[in-house]
Design a binder for this molecule. Structure first.
Ligand code: FMN
Length: 218
């Protein structure tokens, strides 16, 4: 910010136009999972930062919460992310398996919103993924009671030490309270920024076994 500007006037007045692309309905893939993968691949090929990071919304008792997680895999039409099952999101998903993901690739001027439901991943899948993580992350999973109150950073460091000693001579097993969720979408919206806020928005809704495609006003 320059001396003349303050934060509030900056965020109020800063504007840019979106002009990098457009969505032609004719060139869209018939399966939205393939379309998402195509956009994700574009983001990766263009070296965009954290292309597979998504905002994950969950909701229990009509109180939505969000946080970023990494999508770590695709399974047919589903996506997989990993977390602590006892975390806030884990508890919310146990109560209400409906969830929503939002990808945002600022450089590409693209957003993808996805709505669906989750189920816990099969143990084998979580085991395999856990085994592929760096050892320090594996120990961290044991040490972190994700989303619980902690007295101080020292409490975490003590627990890291404890589990480092415990698993000194062995592979670190996956804790039962840590693993994957398989998120199965029933609705997608692909958003591409256009000039004058006249953006393109294309949705896919699952009807029986088909995906119905529609266009929304921006
Ligand atoms: C870029 C980024 C990636 C993240 N990836 C994950 C992830 O894959 N799994 C996870 O449990 N938390 C991840 N986090 C941390 C979560 O945002 C969050 O702090 C944590 O999961 C606790 O959320 P909860 O209290 O709502 O359960 C990530 C955070 C950021 C900023």
């Amino acid at each position: 910010l320059t001396n003349k500007e303050n934060l509030e006037s900056f965020i109020r007045n800063e504007r840019h136009d979106f002009s990098k692309g457009a969505i032609e309905q004719s060139s869209l893939m018939s399966n939205p999972a393939d379309q998402l993968k195509a956009w994700l691949k574009d983001a990766i090929d263009n070296n965009l930062p954290e292309p597979y990071a998504v905002a994950l919304a969950t909701s229990a008792n009509n109180k939505p919460t969000t946080r970023i997680v990494y999508v770590r895999g695709f399974m047919e039409e589903s996506m997989v992310f990993y977390t602590n099952y006892n975390s806030k999101k884990g508890k919310e998903l146990a109560e209400n398996p409906s969830a929503s993901l939002c990808f945002y690739w600022a450089e590409a001027q693209r957003q993808v919103r996805v709505e669906g439901t989750v189920q816990k991943a099969p143990k084998k899948l979580s085991d395999e993924y856990f085994a592929s993580r760096p050892r320090q992350s594996q120990i961290g999973a044991w040490a972190s009671e994700q989303s619980e109150n902690m007295r101080s950073r020292a409490e975490l460091e003590e627990k890291i030490q404890l589990y480092t000693n415990k698993f000194k001579d062995t592979d670190v097993p996956r804790p039962d309270f840590w693993g994957g969720y398989i998120f199965t979408p029933h609705y997608y919206e692909f958003w591409q920024g256009r000039t004058n806020r006249l953006h393109d928005r294309i949705t896919y809704s699952k009807e029986e076994n088909n995906w119905k495609v529609t266009r929304l006003f921006p």
